[in-house]
Design a protein around this ligand. Structure first.
Ligand code: 2BA
Length: 111
């Protein structure tokens, strides 16, 4: 048996958990914090048989891979009425990414 730790971005946590659950994997979600950026992320724990590890990694890759995404930022134009002069500007931002560890499990019990 193996234990997979997948550290993913919070915004990808729901969809990847749903998909893993749909594919009959057991998942535990932890709210974690990256030590470098001190920003919240999500750590998924998936205990599974060795022959299913690649299937788990494929699902994480499909839903959490690094990608470019459009985000809408508020931009202000000089005017006496600030809200009237504001508009949403589309900008490309980096999103996603996952760090995965696969560990051997010597024993697992449900009691
Ligand atoms: P990533 O390498 O994609 O890592 C994203 C998050 O995954 C990390 O958040 C951390 O929570 C976890 N993680 C990655 N590698 C790990 C490992 N070997 N052991 C345990 N957890 C691990 P942060 O620590 O906030 O890091 C955010 C991003 O900052 C990293 O993205 C990396 O691009 C950069 N970074 C992290 N540590 C760095 C360092 N010591 N020097 C330079 N850049 C660093």
């Amino acid at each position: 048996m193996k234990m997979i730790y997948a550290i993913v971005q919070n915004e990808d946590g729901d969809i990847v958990t749903d998909e893993l659950t749909k594919q009959n994997f057991f998942v535990t979600r932890l709210a974690t914090t990256g030590g470098f950026l001190r920003k919240g992320n999500t750590t998924l724990l998936v205990g599974t048989d060795e022959d299913k590890v690649d299937a788990v990694i494929d699902i994480v890759r499909r839903y959490c891979a690094k990608r470019k995404q459009i985000s809408y930022n508020m931009s202000y134009t000089p005017t006496s009425a600030p809200l009237a002069g504001s508009m949403m500007m589309p900008v490309m931002v980096d999103a996603g990414g996952a760090t995965i560890f696969v560990l051997d499990v010597s024993e697992m019990k449900k009691i």
